[in-house]
Write a protein that binds this ligand. Sequence first.
Ligand code: NAI
Length: 329
Amino acid sequence: MNSGREYEVALILGDGIGPEISGAAVAVLEATGVSIRWREFAAGEAARQRHGHPLPAATLAAVRTIGVALKGPLLAPTQTGRLVVRHGDADVTYPSVNNALRRELEVFANVRPIRSFPGVPTPFSSLDVVIVREVTEDTYIGWEEMKGPDEAWAIKRITRQASERIFRFAFEYARARGRRKVTAGHKANVLNLTDGLFLESGRNVAARFPDLAFDDCMIDALCLRLVLGLAPGANIGARVAFFEAAHGAAPDIVGQGIANPIALILSGAMLLGHLGEAAAERRIWEAVARVLREGRHLTPDLGGHARTTDVTRAIIAALGRAEGVTGSA
Ligand code: NAI
């Protein structure tokens, strides 16, 4: 049952395949019956062309005020994507537009539910984990320096405050969703002090959640145990949350109409859950699972011949008759 409320949600279409898959996600969210007033704002290449800056102050201010956004992927060129955001007299330099967006909006937790779907081949057939990534610290601060022409340094910054905040978030998220264990991924065998402090913070917070198990794992080993396929994502802070796919702008397939919209559609489902529309969120996950299981409407990345619009229509049709997977992120 939908609550009947109307929500205001900011929409950033994104670069590359962004507009194609954003249209798909909006159509699926609207098909749930949840009433949303979309407010579109520019970021990325579109904003650079129209407003001369990839992250206009008006976009940041609007997303801050609205508090919830659905975001398509943004191009972040390797090595040349640095940008400056003005704060009165003080300029802040960020390594990429995505980094700037997250840090300007103080969304410290990047949340990515990773689940295998029957019908989509994967080495792990029963994967169901949520990755919670801290995105305001570590090397994400983007503090770099050339030490002469042949040496470059990057600063890795870890604080107890941000570490405990992300662990608290992870434990509360796990508890609220009936999950059983939190695992800290780190490299404390090499980075004794920085990742050591991160791990110590995790252990301190874990002691306050005796109902949940806690362990840790070297990040290399953890990556080996995971595959990221159709992963959606959320970036959550105290006041703002925005939702985006784990993948990028896919410049190699832009405009061909074959982009897989599922990761952004599932990000939209997470957005509905965040707004309190848990039933609509679950219905979208179920509809996606059903379309994947049936295997008749798959885009080329999943071995099929369907177009973005075919997949979108199939998911909307399945929304009416969804059953199958349990729960949500
Ligand atoms: P990418 O994820 O855009 O593409 C990697 C490969 O996966 C490509 O072959 C692409 O065609 C395919 N792919 C990705 N999404 C797909 C979809 N929905 N359907 C079908 N195929 C899909 O990663 P890449 O090439 O490293 O990055 C391209 C641009 O996107 C860069 O500028 C990068 O910085 C940016 N990017 C932005 C992100 C964001 O906005 N959060 C995240 C990751 C990358």
